[in-house]
Each structure stands twice: as C-alpha cells, then as structure tokens.
Design a protein around this ligand. Structure first.
Ligand code: F6P
Length: 524
C-alpha cells in the first residue's frame, strides 16, 4: 500500500466518508442554515459556491489536513520560487512568471527581463496588425490571421479568443487550425485571400508533425497564389522556444516570439502563444487577462488552505475520485463564448494528471485525474443531462456562469437554467408513484460565477484551474508538468506514415495494424 493511502489524513477521510455517504444534500443544508455562505469563496471577480457537495465542515477540515500532510503550501512556494519541480525534465514550471509584475523567482535565473521584453514586442506587433500597418508581400494590409498549432499551442488561444468575442477589434479576424487532416486547413482558408493572410506557427518545440505539415501546406498555398519570388516571410510569425526551427521555416527573426523551456505547453497561453488573443481583442485586453491570472496567483499563494479556491476545488475532486470512486467530472459553461472551455480543460487536467506512476517512479494504488468532459449549457441539457439527473453514475459538475452588467431577458434565462440544473441535481424531485419521473438528487456540483465574461475574470478562471491541477498533482504525488504518455504514439505515427504510402511488406507490425494498413493501401 502506498504511503499516501496508509497516511493518517487519508485513513481519516476514508472513515469519514462512510458517515457522509449516508447523508444527503437536503439533510446537510437543513443541518446548517448558513451553509451556502460558509461554503462560498470569493476572490476578485470569481465566486465559487461549493455548498452543493457531499461534504460538511468536518470533511473540509479533514481534506485540508490532507493538503497540509502533502505539504501543499511548501509546494506552492517551490513552484513560485522556480524550483525544478518538473523532475523528469529537470525544469521549473514557471508559467506564473509570465504574469508576474516583479522578479520573484530567485531560485532560477531572473526570467523577468525576457518576459517583459517579449511582451513589449507582442504589443508592438499586435498594435501594427490592428492599425492595418502589417502588410503582406503585395503591400496590402493583413486582414486575417490563421494560428497553426496543436494541444497547448491551440486550445488556450482558441478558447480565449472565442471567450472574448465581444471584445474583438473590427478588421482583423483570427482563425485556428490544429488537425493534420487537410480538411481543417482547407476549411480555414476558404474565403481567405493569400495577399492579406498571416500565419502564426505556434509550437513550443517546432517539431510537432501536425503543425509543421500545416505550416508547409500554408506556405504552398501562399506560393501558389503569390508566386515563388514573393516575400512569403511577410506572411508568417511564430511563437516558439525553438528559434532555429522557426528560422528554418523562413519566419523572419523579428517575427519570432520566444517562449522558454520552463513554460509547459498547456500552461503557455500567457506567453507568445497567446498572440492570437492579443491580435483579436487587443494587447490591453491580453494584459488584463494576465492581471487577472496574477490576482489568482496572489490568492493561491497567500490564502489559507480552507479559503483557497484552487485548493478547495482540488480537494473536492480528490474527495470524489478517491473516496466515492467517481470516474469523470463534467464542465458545463452556461455561455456560448466559453464553449471551448471543456476542451481546454481536458488537456490541462488530463495531460497534467492522467498518470499512473508517482514522482518516485512507483505505480500508484489510487485513482488520479478523472475524465473531464462537457459542453455548453443549455444545449447540453437536451443532450446528456438526462444521465446526470437519473443515470447510475456519480458525475460531479462544474457549472460556469458569467454575470452581465446589463443583462437581457435572454441572458437571465440562460443563468436561470444553470441555477435550475444545479438545484435539480442537488435536491432532486420526488414523484411518488412514478419512479421513472423522480430525480433522486444528492448529485454534486460547484457553481463558478464570473462577475462578467471579460479578460480579467477569464485570467482568474484559467489560473484557478491551473492551480487546482497543481494541487491535485501534489497530493497524488505526480509530476503534473510532463506528458510522456503521448510520445510513443507520435513516434509510431511517424514510422507508419511512410509505410502507408509505400508498398513493402509490414511483417514486423501486429496483425491488426498490418491488416488495416494494407486495407488503406488498396485505395479502391
Ligand atoms: O500532445 C503533446 C504535446 O506535447 C502537448 O503537451 C503540447 O501542448 C502539444 O503537443 C504541442 O506541442 P508544441 O507546442 O511543441 O507543438
């Protein structure tokens, strides 16, 4: 048995779970009239109501004891100090430096000068683009920007660019392409004019096959229209830690915006990888986003464990995963603009903590990251909420709701639906004599309320989830900052691709892969 499972804090929670499992949310609310207020934390523009969880004050005390036992405060200090907490790659995880105001990272080299310098360059570039001063090879102003990237070089900027739709500047449209499926780039390019299109190639490593293939196809598209003698470099920019890689593609030095090995891909939206956000909504909006993340960093660093939003959310996740056996968590933003949030969180949470070996290389004997999934409400209500209300599985939900300064009736109806779903899950609906109609209730959810859907609040929201993931990793004793599990598949695909095109016998492959490969090669 692992030290974690044997530990006093874990064992105390396991014993306590037996009591709580017998209580339901109705009873927990009835027992404490001040529950909603006591189980709500507010920081900046975010309010988290975690009262509709199968937990009481004792649960939260025992969970906080688990966090103390795992030395969460010390780990937070280590991350902010720039310690090489990504142990398998020997690096710090310093995404917090990307939004810090001053140098607070004494353990490594002072990274702030590079961070600030790059941000200034991004500001100049975004400003030029928005003034129409960025011109293509023929001298016409750039009107469309296509971000080519995948994973962390796509999901963050894609999600935030959409979330900030109402802040978009006119005259500059931003598009996203990630899939190696040529249909993705083809669709994005439909209706775009090569003369007025700029490509951002976003890749931390600049070795990712999907991104490099798409970049080459984009180049061919430009060349076919503008001619091989045109200065195609005017149509490219890059965000990367591999400066030489970007140069090899022909991206001019002044258009290569660096990030660094101490920024994980899925934590990189605060770096030059966030350039599409700055282009779409303006650099001031991007800086507001950083400001929001910085205030969540401050909250995370300074608040006690019991009042610390990311810590509390992490503990609640652990409560369900490890003590109730829940396998998934749904994220349901009641906002079309936040529609991409579940996809973004899938990478953040599952690539960070989807691991079965702990920091010391030992196989764990407890569950780690749940499957994170979701879609925007209210369409989700007409799709999978049936299972949430009456199915056999325990699926904790995050409802994410954004306030409005002057809401329309329709926006009020949207928020009303979110609150109604959370209440229906928690308290159910007994229908005597009609079990098929009855909702059992006692189904947990958090409600995350943003003051409004604006850059600052979004920065707070995303930093909140980043830190939640970190705390879970600390307690599960995982390195949340590597992703070795995806490497083997990439290598295999690289070896199979040429064989799909060739004709030699693939006797070394397993019989299933060989048969499928041969079937695809037939092309009839
Ligand atoms: O999917 C694996 C991964 O390495 C992610 O962690 C990363 O965000 C993505 O590929 C893209 O990597 P890059 O930015 O280096 O192209």
């Amino acid at each position: 048995m692992s030290a974690l499972v044997r530990s006093p804090a874990w064992q105390a929670l396991a014993a306590h779970q037996k009591k709580i499992a017998a209580a339901n949310l109705d009873a927990l609310f009835a027992a404490d009239p001040s529950r909603a207020g006591r189980f709500t934390i507010e920081a900046g523009g975010i309010l988290v109501d975690y009262s509709k969880h199968r937990a009481d004050a004792e649960t939260m005390r025992l969970l906080a004891a688990l966090a103390s036992q795992a030395q969460v405060p010390q780990w937070i200090a280590r991350m902010f100090a720039g310690d090489p907490i990504n142990n398998t790659e020997g690096r710090p995880a310093l995404h917090v430096a990307l939004r810090a105001r001053e140098a607070v990272f004494p353990a490594g080299r002072d990274v702030m000068a590079e961070v600030r310098g790059t941000r200034e360059r991004l500001r100049r570039f975004a400003g030029e683009a928005q003034r129409g001063a960025l011109r293509g090879a023929s001298g016409r102003a750039i009107t469309d920007v296509v971000n080519i990237g995948i994973g962390g070089s796509d999901l963050g900027p894609r999600m935030l660019t959409r979330a900030l739709r109402r802040f978009h500047k006119p005259d500059l449209r931003v598009h996203f392409v990630s899939n190696i499926d040529p249909a993705d780039l083809d669709a994005a390019l439909t209706g775009l004019a090569p003369e007025t299109t700029l490509f951002i190639v976003a890749s931390k490593t600049f070795t990712t096959t999907e991104t490099l293939e798409n970049a080459q196809r984009a180049k061919a598209w430009l060349e076919a229209a503008l001619g091989s003698s045109a200065d195609l470099s005017r149509h490219f920019a890059a965000a990367t830690a591999n400066i030489a890689g970007a140069a090899a593609l022909g991206v001019p030095q002044e258009r290569v915006f660096p990030l660094w090995d101490w920024v994980g891909g899925r934590y990189s939206v605060w770096s030059a990888v966030g350039l599409p956000v700055a282009l779409a909504a303006g650099m001031d909006a991007f800086e507001e986003l950083l400001e929001g993340a910085r205030s969540m960093d401050e909250h995370f660093r300074t608040e006690p464990l019991e009042r610390n939003i990311p810590v509390v959310l992490a503990l609640i996740e652990i409560w369900y995963v490890n003590f109730f056996g829940s396998q998934t968590r749904a994220v349901i933003p009641y906002s079309e603009d936040l529609r991409e949030l579940p996809a973004y969180l899938q990478q953040l949470e599952m690539e960070s903590n989807g691991k079965r070996v702990d920091r010391d290389g030992r196989e764990v004997d407890y569950d780690t990251a749940p499957v994170v999934w979701g879609a925007s409400g209210t369409p989700s209500q007409h799709s999978f909420h049936q299972l949430l209300h009456q199915g056999t599985r325990l699926v904790p939900v995050d409802f994410v709701v954004a306030g409005e300064s002057d809401p329309s009736a329709a926006q009020m109806a949207l928020a009303a639906n979110a609150l109604a779903q959370a209440a229906a899950l928690a308290f159910g609906n007994p229908v005597p004599g009609a079990p098929h109609k009855a909702l059992p209730g006692n189904r947990p959810s958090s409600t995350v309320l943003l003051r409004r859907l604006a850059p600052r609040e979004l920065g707070e929201l995303i930093a909140m989830y980043e830190h939640k993931v970190f705390v879970e990793g600390v307690i599960w004793n995982l390195n949340s900052f590597d992703q070795w599990g995806v490497e083997h598949g990439k290598t295999l695909a690289r070896t199979l691709a040429p064989r799909l095109l060739g004709s030699e016998e693939a006797t070394d492959l397993d019989s299933s892969t060989r048969a499928l490969l041969e079937r695809l090669r037939k092309r009839d």
